[in-house]
Design a protein around this ligand. Structure first.
Ligand SMILES: C[S@@+](CC[C@H](N)C(=O)[O-])C[C@H]1O[C@@H](n2cnc3c(N)ncnc32)[C@H](O)[C@@H]1O
Length: 257
């Protein structure tokens, strides 16, 4: 395990996500998760060359790189790391979405139905646009294009963290990948950080990659951003470092001086 301090109260840990989440029991105001979920045959395609793991113990492990953890175990660790009323904001896709919602409804509660307590709240998402503002269909397949991805929102128990920020965001698809896979845009997470987290509160970003949510917090809160990112690949940290230098103006200026 290596901890890279990137600022006061901001770090990027190279380690297993679950092990690190266990160090923050009940401390996080929000967890932003873009899990290394293993849709069958995902590994090696779509720029996915990092470790992927099965959703749960029932999923056939064939073709996956890392069978030592599952998405459901990561979700359990996220739950434990959240403070009461804290939010989980989890990126998904067509394969993961129904599984993720069902798991959250069963294990965290279904506030979308009960309107009380906590648990699964709603599905939002990110729609990618081209420079002219029209939907980006560059990932179109034979069966309709989505040009973006769904995002699932849930919270731990009742919450008074309320916001009218939109759960559905529009953003240009990221042009740069920083030599990493599945790179997501920063601006949607800025809206969600602004709506659901106060400056100085802890944000956790397991399976971080280039950690757009952490960079969103830094853009929003500057020196008051507090985050811990975790990825089990040192190369992911290198990609994060490049993106941070590119996107956070104070860091860019520092590196130029
Ligand atoms: C979907 S990608 C995240 C991409 C990120 N949203 C971005 O915009 O750059 C998932 C990440 O999980 C990491 N990962 C895989 N298994 C892990 C584990 N057991 N612990 C921590 N990170 C893991 C991968 O290295 C990869 O960077």
């Amino acid at each position: 395990m290596t901890t890279h301090e990137v600022g006061d109260g901001r770090s990027y840990v190279v380690a297993d996500a679950i092990e690190t989440l266990q160090d923050y029991q009940g401390e996080a105001a929000a967890v932003f998760l873009d899990d290394a979920w293993a849709r069958p045959k995902r590994y090696g395609h779509f720029g996915v060359e990092y470790d992927t793991h099965p959703f749960d113990d029932d999923q056939d492990a064939e073709g996956y790189v890392d069978t030592s953890i599952t998405t459901t175990e990561v979700l359990d660790a996220c739950y434990d790391a959240l403070m009461d009323g804290g939010w989980l904001i989890a990126d998904a896709d067509d394969w993961l979405l129904p599984r993720l919602i069902t798991y959250l409804q069963e294990e965290w509660g279904d506030v979308a139905e009960t309107y009380s307590g906590g648990g699964y709240r709603k599905v939002g998402g990110v729609t990618y646009t081209k420079a002219d503002g029209s939907p980006d269909r560059s990932t179109a397949g034979m069966y309709l294009s989505t040009g973006g991805y769904p995002v699932v929102f849930a919270h731990k128990g009742e919450t008074d963290r309320q916001s009218s920020e939109s759960a559905r965001q529009i953003a240009p698809s990221p042009r740069k990948t920083y030599d990493w896979g599945s790179v997501k845009p920063i601006s949607p997470y800025e809206s969600w950080v602004k709506g659901l987290v106060d400056p100085g509160e802890l944000i956790l970003v397991p399976c971080a990659g280039t950690a757009p949510a952490a960079l969103a917090a830094e853009k929003q809160f500057g020196e008051d951003a507090r985050y811990v990112c975790v990825d089990n690949q040192e190369e992911a940290f290198e990609a994060f470092k490049k993106r941070r230098e590119d996107k956070i103006s104070s860091v860019r200026q520092e590196s130029l001086s």
